[in-house]
Structures are given as structure tokens and as C-alpha cells.
Design a protein around this ligand. Sequence first.
Ligand SMILES: C[S@@+](CC[C@H](N)C(=O)[O-])C[C@H]1O[C@@H](n2cnc3c(N)ncnc32)[C@H](O)[C@@H]1O
Length: 205
Amino acid sequence: MALKNFSQFPLFQSHIDWAHYLWRQVVRQGECVIDATCGNGHDTLILAQLSLEKDQGAVYAMDIQESAIENTKLLLKATLQRDIYQRVRFFQTCHSRFPNEIEDRKIALIVYNLGYLPGSSKELTTQTETSLMSIQNAMMLLKDGGCISITCYPGHAEGEKEEEQVLLLCASLDPQKWSCCHHRWVNRKKSPSLLWIQKESMPKH
Ligand SMILES: C[S@@+](CC[C@H](N)C(=O)[O-])C[C@H]1O[C@@H](n2cnc3c(N)ncnc32)[C@H](O)[C@@H]1O
């Protein structure tokens, strides 16, 4: 997102633009990242472009729906070079538990785009309980200074409950160890929002 043209209104379109801008600030080539809700792969593609090199970096793409995993594979295959594409690992599973092979990695960024896939069944939306479990597990995977990006959609009933509970979780975190920030359009009713969590980074002496 380029913030050069100040005549543009609004300056950036949405919570998603804002999230992508922040991802670009924190992810370096060669790092490991997770897309915990890969959907149609748009977010996974950006994460892959930011983190993957020929022989370094890893992207773990998770989704509970087979069609989401397939759509993400199609998009990435069509866009990325073969050796880069091969560094993306796909998991069709609920994100409440992370696959074992991720557990010993130090993760720079974990991304959640909550809710349901536009154009598919609204029944297949993320659920408050499993999202909370997942975010708490994700916090344990982060490297020092690593971040979690969560886009929330309070425009539907489960999304409203989910956002409320995730905010409560964030508000309870020790401020010496976690930095949590919430971005919302204040003059748009039930607008989507972006929650950003960062793990403390030990100063290097
Ligand atoms: C808003 S969409 C994600 C959009 C996606 N990031 C993109 O760029 O296209 C939310 C996704 O979360 C997935 N999902 C729902 N519950 C899940 C769960 N428990 N574990 C993993 N994925 C889940 C849905 O299948 C859906 O694809």
C-alpha cells in the first residue's frame, strides 16, 4: 500500500489493506509464516511473496475446507515460480491445533482472516471457541517480536461474538510481554476490524 497520494479518499480501503501494509513491515525473506485461514489464497500469496526464497523460508497454509486448499493451490501455482511454490505446505484441518511439523519453528507472522469465504456457505464460518484456542496456540509459536494479524467481521452474529471474545483475550494479556492494537473504522457500523498482536522482543546487548 503506497501512502503517497493524499488526495486519495479513503487513504486506504480497508482493514485488509492496512493488514497487508503491516505484514510488509514485519516479514523478511527467509522467514516462516502461517496463514491460518487460507480461503482463496489471496493472503497466502502475499505471505509467500514476502517470505519465500528459493531455498529459504516457509509458508504454512491451513483451512478447514478442501475447496479452500484447492483454490489456494491453484492461485499460488499460477503465480509463483515452481521452486518458491514448493516451499508452501498445505493443511486441510481446523486451526485450533497446529500440525506437529510447525511446532518447532519460530514463526514471524500468523494471519487470521476470520469469517466465511465470500461466495461460499456462511455456515462454514470460523467459530469463537476454535479461533480462541488457535490464537492462544499461535502465541506460543511466535519468535521474539513476531506478530499475529487478525481481521474480524462483526457484521454477522458469530463474527460479532468472535471479535468480542478475541478482544477480551487481548485485553487480558500482560503489557510487558504483548502489544495489542485494534483498528476500526469508527464511523462505519459493524465495520470489519484489524487486531494486531506482537510478542515482546528482547533487546540485544
Ligand atoms: C474470510 S475466509 C479467508 C480468506 C482468505 N484469507 C483469502 O485470502 O482468500 C475464512 C476462511 O476460514 C476458514 N475456516 C473456517 N473455520 C476454520 C477452522 N476452524 N480452521 C481453519 N480454517 C477455517 C473458512 O473455510 C474460510 O476459507
